[in-house]
Design a binder for this molecule. Structure first.
Ligand code: ADP
Length: 271
């Protein structure tokens, strides 16, 4: 059996995935990126290797993706995260035609072909407004972990209206709602609704063709998935591996290189 790996060095978290020849995930790992991107890439890859019980020289090809893709020093090449999210989402849910990726610092909507190729995309990356960082700051303001927000928000009765999706100003908005005695659940639902509204506007730029699949770390927040489903009036797929989609896409591109040889690799997806 031959193996390939993808390493997605994100602004917030670094993910690594190892696949076998049948594109099955045999190991996945997740680590906080921190200040040292080269080390985060190495740590994530080593942890996936340990999980798979493989050595580095048993991995045929490694592809780096994500914001820090050029910091994957042991990688053979790089592919943009847009190409990798399209490929990975298509591999997880083949009917996917639209991908919504909300990560730590940006949001993307990607239109995908029936073969997992990028047809079009729209992106919000000028600031972290309405992205994972906004959620992390909101969670801190109400004294919760980001992993607890989704479930808590599902008990909302009267979601508040936030006046901002600015990562800096959201904290004071939330503190003033807390001071007014608003319930945490209603505040969180307001946070999720604000992000969903902003995301839907981005999705409309590429068209919300079904099926829609959400990728990136924020897909682990069921409150966001519910708010998106409501605002799009369409179901939003989430896979248990959605957080690993970029790394999975990179690993599949890497396996294509293993199987077909580097010369057969589509140049347009190269960074
Ligand atoms: P990037 O690739 O930009 O580093 P990710 O796609 O890894 O970003 O997403 C990171 C974001 O995912 C975090 O900012 C956080 O909001 C969210 N997140 C990570 N883990 C969880 C979790 N267990 N539950 C809810 N949200 C999460």
């Amino acid at each position: 059996m031959r193996y390939a790996a993808g390493v997605d060095v994100g602004s917030t978290q670094t993910k690594a995935v190892i696949v076998d020849e049948d594109q099955r995930i045999i190991a996945r790992s997740l680590t906080d990126t921190g200040a040292y991107l080269v080390r985060a890439a190495d740590r994530a890859f080593q942890s996936a290797l340990d999980q798979a019980g493989l050595r580095r020289d048993e991995i045929g090809q490694v592809i780096g993706t994500g914001y820090g893709r050029f910091k994957v020093e042991f990688g053979d090449t790089q592919v943009t995260e847009i190409g990798c999210h399209a490929k990975g989402a298509w591999a997880l849910i083949p009917a996917t035609r639209t991908v919504i990726d909300i990560g730590g610092q940006d949001t993307k909507a990607i239109k995908v072909s029936d073969r997992g190729e990028v047809l079009d995309f729209a992106m919000n990356d000028k600031c972290a407004a309405g992205s994972g960082r906004f959620l992390t700051n909101s969670a801190e303001a109400v004294g919760l972990e980001v992993s607890e927000m989704g479930a808590r928000s599902m008990d909302a009765r009267q979601p508040v209206r936030l006046s901002t999706v600015c990562t800096i100003f959201v904290e004071s908005d939330i503190l003033s709602y807390l001071a007014q005695g608003k319930r945490v659940e209603d505040i969180l639902a307001g946070v999720h609704s604000a992000i969903a509204a902003r995301t839907v506007a981005l999705v409309r730029r590429v068209g919300s063709e079904s099926e829609i699949t959400m990728t990136g770390g924020v897909s682990r927040n069921m409150g966001i998935v519910a708010a998106l489903t409501e605002k799009l009036a369409m179901p939003v797929n989430v896979s248990p591996d959605s957080h690993f989609t970029g790394a999975l896409g990179a690993a599949i591109f890497a396996m294509e290189r293993v199987l077909a040889g580097p010369g057969a690799f589509a140049p347009e997806v190269l960074a």
